[in-house]
Design a protein around this ligand. Structure first.
Ligand code: PBG
Length: 330
């Protein structure tokens, strides 16, 4: 036998050299669920290890994460029901704690990246990402609402805005609104291929943001489709997106690869709440090795073509990564 692939797997050092994919903590984004108040952390039942945080608690977390090499954060708010309305007006009220969280994070940690969520659902009494009229989600009434929300977030100091609403034309609309308001330096991370998925369940529990009626299938993508993601990719690119996202990640690795092969923009994958919950549940039962599964799953997302991964595992991966590197130095 002339050719023996096993020679390149002979030792940890050789395997380390020939490794094709590496995942560094600086590629990760850590999500935070935010609540109003002070000094409070409320666990999310379906996401062991993840809490809803008040702004002061978030600041402590950011400090800890920064010291471990996690520098990028994406923020989601949970507002009480009585503050929500049809037009999501709370979203651009500068007094809301979400905008305060952005301001305080950027003033205490100017070097961190703050990514926001642009969609109506956390502020809408209908619980949908767009404006609801006669039971329908109306695209073009939603766009100016999203733009107002986006400008308020940019004004608060956000680095990157994340439209997760899946309305048509929203990237271009928000881009133009930002530029006109003097925020041409604020980037857009578009949820390009966001599928109507059952994997968002724990997230909606965490934020009490489930739709009051109907589902999100008229705006989020149909899980049967792949080519349609290319169409969204083309539009978001033409409309000025700076990052393209695929969401969820694990059941959509083929879509991540498709976008990676067809775009020169950075590709982001959102390893969503349900994907996290499955691993934690199996690990708690002792059915799987949680650490090993986490690493293998994150690696699979990177190997599929994601340059950046948004994941609830970010902090524990960084912890593992640091320990692993220290032990290598010995
Ligand atoms: C909604 C939004 C959702 C998530 C991020 N932004 C849920 C949804 O579309 O219903 C899900 C994230 C996760 O499950 O981790 N704008």
């Amino acid at each position: 036998m002339l050719i023996r692939p096993r020679r390149n797997r002979a030792s940890a050092a050789i395997r380390g050299m020939v490794r094709e994919t590496r995942l560094h903590p600086e590629q990760l984004v850590f999500p935070f669920f935010l609540i109003d108040g002070t000094s409070t952390r409320i666990p999310v039942a379906s996401m062991p290890g993840i809490d809803r945080l008040t702004v002061d608690e978030m600041l402590k977390e950011i400090g800890e994460c920064m010291s471990m090499g996690i520098r990028n954060f994406i923020l989601f708010p949970a507002f009480p029901e009585h503050l929500k309305d049809k037009e999501a007006t709370l979203s651009w009220n500068p007094g809301n704690f979400y905008l305060r969280a952005i301001r305080e994070a950027k003033s205490l940690y100017p070097d961190c990246t703050i990514i926001t969520d642009v969609a109506m659902d956390p502020y809408s009494s209908d619980g949908h990402d767009g404006y609801v009229q006669d039971g329908k989600i109306v695209n073009d009434i939603t766009l100016p609402i999203l733009a107002k929300m986006a400008i308020a977030q940019a004004e608060a100091g956000a680095d990157i805005l994340g439209p997760s609403d899946m309305m048509d034309g929203r990237v271009g609309y928000i881009r133009q609104a930002l530029d006109e308001a003097g925020y041409s330096g604020v980037a857009i991370m578009s949820y390009t291929a966001k599928y109507a998925s059952a994997f968002y369940g724990p997230f909606r529990d965490a934020l009490d943001s489930a739709p009051k009626s109907g589902d999100k299938k008229t705006y989020q993508m149909d899980p049967h489709n792949r080519i349609e993601a290319l169409r969204e990719c083309e539009l978001d690119t033409l409309e000025g997106a700076d990052f393209l996202m695929v969401k969820p990640a694990l059941s959509y690795l083929d879509v991540i690869r498709l976008l990676k092969d067809n775009s020169n923009l950075p590709i982001v994958a959102y390893n969503v709440s349900g994907e996290y919950a499955m691993v934690k549940a199996a690990a708690e039962k002792g059915w799987l090795n949680g650490d090993a599964i986490r690493n293998e799953l994150l690696l699979s997302i990177a190997r599929a073509g994601a340059d950046i991964i948004i994941t609830y595992f970010a902090k524990e991966y960084a912890q593992w990564y640091t320990q692993n590197n220290l032990s290598l130095k010995k």
